[in-house]
Design a protein around this ligand. Structure first.
Ligand code: FAD
Length: 492
């Protein structure tokens, strides 16, 4: 077994360049080479992110305004879910927490009693990010939680420049053969179409859905989750920029899936996600085009996928990151987060000499957990619906869900209890989605009954007053963004 001195990354999509930029920045002793093929190209979607990306960008020393300018980004405070519970209904999943916990009980218990007493507003009214998003406002002040909508290919190019500045070698070429060590099966080198050879000690597979190293070479296997996540296709197209870019993504359910609308500064990203059993490609494209706000740019692009994850994301001397590692579904914008998680895990467990099986096992255990907790959260959106207007929704409402999700829903429905597992990514988000989709617990915590009704009213209304005052003080999102960029331009 070789000591790990040289890392080869196959693929220059978002995953490849995020991995290259991070390894070069944090593990400067390594030699890093990235191989990509312009002819093959990237998947070209993936514009909505979640707040954890801010942490990753800080790790790379990225200046926020620079990033906003270079990637045509807007701020994102959450996702508006339209038509999910039933046609015509809507709710927000905002990035912050809702209300505040008090005594021994979570806020949703106080809200639940408030509903019973006829004095509580909708759950989202107690969340700063939701209220700011609804009002189309944004500011860095007031401890707001946010993420970005970014032009994914520009983000890749941005990281490509950063990585190369930090010493990453970029090699253009199509990999046509993978050379393996005959005894161990470890990957030794990639052979390119021009006959050249790129040798390495550790290989990172960022080759996208094809999983050229982890699957086509090492045959790791794929756990198919499409029985829980029935959508298997998307059609995407850009359209005119929205007049006042809202600081949130729209996820609009339709009878066979859902549609995204993502506001960027120079265009709007749109896509229709659908189950091919229920909607044909032509119908999907026609529906997407007919629902666009503004003129379409170019032709629709079709993407096929199978939701699931690789059985082992680190196998032998190959680590899968990005679409090669798995794909849950873009509903909660978690793919870039999962890329980042695998990169951070790899950095944490990076071999100080040779690869230890214990490090690999630990990596895979955590990767399994990262994917499974997001799986549960996404399936929740589909399953917890009152829609019965199509075969697609009837299937989603009646399908068997993972046991962990089933237990969580049942426990919350009965008692309002919610137990956090390990280092879960989404916590407050679960309350927003469960309640938003119509699951209100039967009971609230007994401690809430100790609060006299006038005090409860005061407690609930003071949270709203504080939030509304903060939102009132915020400028419109587009205005704030343009002012921020103009100010930075003047001081350059
Ligand atoms: P790709 O972008 O496919 O890159 C693969 C790379 O490998 C390319 O550079 C290609 O040239 C190279 N390659 C492949 N084979 C070879 C070869 N033989 N030789 C040389 N090079 C090769 N994520 C989010 O976080 N938010 C979203 O809103 C979001 N929306 C999405 C919507 C849809 C419909 C889909 C399908 C995905 C979405 N994602 C989203 C996921 C996101 O697009 C991906 O996680 C992200 O783009 C990373 O892709 P990747 O780098 O793994 O693969």
């Amino acid at each position: 077994m070789n000591a790990i001195n040289k890392v080869v990354i196959l693929g220059g999509g978002t995953a490849g360049w995020m991995a290259a930029a991070a390894l070069a920045k944090v593990l400067g002793h390594l030699t890093v080479e990235l191989v990509e093929s312009e002819q093959i190209g990237t998947v070209g979607v993936g514009e909505a992110t979640i707040p954890t990306l801010l942490f990753f960008n800080r790790l790379l020393g990225i200046d926020e305004v620079d990033l906003l300018r270079e990637t045509q980004a807007t701020f994102k405070l959450g996702i508006a879910f339209e038509n999910w519970r039933r046609p015509g209904s809507d709710y927000f999943h905002g990035f912050g927490s809702t209300g505040k916990d008090f005594w021994a009980a979570g806020f949703h218990n106080f809200w639940r009693r408030g509903i019973e007493e006829g004095m509580a507003c909708s759950f989202g009214d107690y969340c700063l990010e939701v209220q700011a998003a609804r009002a189309g406002r944004f500011s860095h002040e007031g401890g707001i939680n946010y993420a970005y909508h970014i032009d994914a290919s520009r983000y890749g190019q941005y990281l490509c420049k950063l990585a190369q500045r930090n010493g990453v070698k970029r090699t253009e070429g199509r990999v046509t053969r993978v050379e393996q060590q005959p005894q161990t099966g470890d990957i030794v080198a990639l052979e390119l179409a021009d006959g050249s050879r790129v040798q390495g000690d550790l290989f990172i597979d960022c080759s996208g859905f094809r999983g050229l190293l982890i699957e086509q070479t090492l045959a790791c296997g794929y756990e198919d989750w499409s029985h829980w996540l029935p959508c298997d296709r998307a059609v995407a197209i850009a359209s005119d920029v929205l007049p006042d870019a809202p600081p949130y993504t729209r996820a609009i359910a339709h009878d066979s899936g859902w549609r995204w609308q993502i506001p960027l500064r120079e265009r709007t990203g749109n896509g229709l996600v659908y189950a091919s059993h229920h909607l044909s490609d032509d119908e999907a494209a026609a529906r997407l085009l007919s629902e666009l706000d503004g003129e379409a740019h170019g032709e629709p692009r079709y993407i096929r996928f199978t939701t699931g994850r690789r059985r082992q994301q680190w196998y032998k001397n190959c680590v899968a990151i990005g679409l090669s590692a798995g794909f849950i579904e873009p509903l909660e914008s978690t793919s870039i987060h999962l890329i980042q998680q695998n990169i951070l895990k790899l950095i944490k467990l990076f071999p100080s000499d040779v690869i230890l099986s214990q490090d690999r096992d630990e990596f895979n255990r955590h990767a399994d957990f990262d994917y499974e907790q997001i799986l549960d959260f996404i399936v929740l959106h589909y399953h917890l619906t009152e829609r019965d207007d199509s075969a697609f929704w009837r299937h989603c409402a009646s399908m068997e869900v993972p046991a962990s999700l089933h237990e969580r829903i049942a426990l919350f429905a009965e008692s309002g209890r919610f137990f956090v597992r390990n280092n879960e990514l989404f916590v407050d988000s679960w309350f927003q989605v469960m309640i938003g989709q119509g699951l209100v617990p039967k009971r609230y915590h007994r401690v809430v009954a100790q609060m006299p009704v006038p005090e409860l009213e005061q407690f609930l209304s003071s949270i709203r007053r504080t939030i509304n005052a903060k939102v009132e003080a915020m400028p419109a999102h587009s205005f704030y963004l343009e002012r921020l960029l103009a100010k930075a331009q003047r001081s350059r």
